[in-house]
Design a protein. Structure first.
Length: 332
């Protein structure tokens, strides 16, 4: 990968008086670089994996699809709605944008292969800021075995990212939300509640615990979860992005079943504080995974069994309908 880069644990520059990552200014702004100058700087930071047969630089990318099917998903991230530049640096924002899309591919039981990234920003944006954003995207793709294969850049009043992720099923059937059956067990993999607790700390103006702030800024999906679930015979799988209760509700609705969660089985670390259980049940953006498994084919030890699938509808926690479920972009 070309260009000097700071440590992945740093955002590579000072913050301005208003808290935004200020960059160094040595490269100028993206407006001064122009569209094609910016594209050249960004694409040089994007190594290509074996699934990408033709990467950035042409009218479109070419990505291998040996299975004959392509898993595709897309997300929008809008400044002020999905991230704040006084709370997260550019590397954080890129990391998070990649992670949430890659996790959706894994939730289908697929192997991520490529991202396509649309990047909109004010022309006054520091070019070094944009490069660090793409470093975050590229590094998280590398962790999942994928690449940023192409995209677009455009001027806009605020930073916006439109990310499309592609994946390969490797000959297997997709793991959907509609396969859960009465008698299955419900299990989760990965962190729950940490990103939500971190967001609450930032909203309250607090500067720690650091691990919770980091969880909000840089989620760490266990990308191996899709392959694990498939190998164990999972009947349904999804990415926990909007809250455990709400996302389990999607499985319940799609499968025509009821899901019962036993709160005593949930891992609620002390660091989450007095509202820990609420964060675990309703907090999103950790991008862990929840799945259902046949009773005679239990999930692997890396998963935690938290409940059962039965006849009926909806989700119950300790036998009751929970008051809160999770995030809705139009209800807030």
């Amino acid at each position: 990968m070309h260009g000097a880069r700071t440590s992945p644990d740093e955002d590579g520059g000072p913050r301005s008086a208003g808290g935004h990552w200020a960059g160094t200014g040595r490269m100028g702004t993206i407006g001064e670089l122009g569209e094609f100058g910016l594209i050249g700087r960004l694409t040089r930071r994007l190594p290509q994996g074996p699934a990408v047969r033709l990467g950035p630089g042409d009218d479109a990318a070419v990505v291998a699809a040996p299975d004959g099917r392509v898993v595709a998903t897309t997300d929008l991230l809008v400044e002020g709605r999905h991230f704040r530049r006084d709370w997260s640096g550019p590397y954080d924002i890129g990391h998070k944008a990649a992670a949430q899309n890659l996790a959706d591919v894994v939730a289908m039981g697929a192997r991520p292969t490529a991202l396509l990234v649309g990047f909109a920003a004010p022309p006054s944006t520091d070019a070094a800021w944009a490069e660090r954003l793409y470093d975050g995207l590229a590094d998280e793709c590398r962790r999942a075995g994928a690449s940023v294969a192409g995209g677009d850049v455009v001027g806009a009043p605020e930073v916006t990212l439109a990310v499309t992720a592609l994946g390969d099923l490797g000959g297997g059937a997709p793991l959907t939300r509609s396969g859960a059956r009465p008698g299955d067990v419900v299990a989760v993999r990965g962190r729950l509640g940490h990103a939500s607790a971190g967001l609450a700390l930032l909203a309250a103006g607090r500067d720690g615990p650091a691990e919770l702030l980091a969880a909000h800024r840089r989620p760490e999906p266990p990308y191996e979860a899709g392959a694990e679930a498939r190998a164990a015979g999972a009947t349904a799988l999804l990415d926990v992005s909007d809250g455990l209760v709400q996302d389990l509700g999607h499985i319940a609705a799609a499968s025509g079943v009821r899901i019962d969660v036993d709160s005593a089985t949930l891992v609620v670390p002390e660091v989450l504080g007095p509202d820990g259980l609420r964060h675990v049940l309703t907090g999103g953006e950790d991008h862990g995974f929840a799945g259902t498994f046949p009773p005679d084919s239990p999930p692997p030890p890396s998963w935690t069994v938290i409940g059962t699938v039965g006849r009926g509808a909806g989700v119950r926690v300790d036998g009751r309908v929970p008051d809160a479920t999770g995030w809705d972009h139009f209800r807030g």
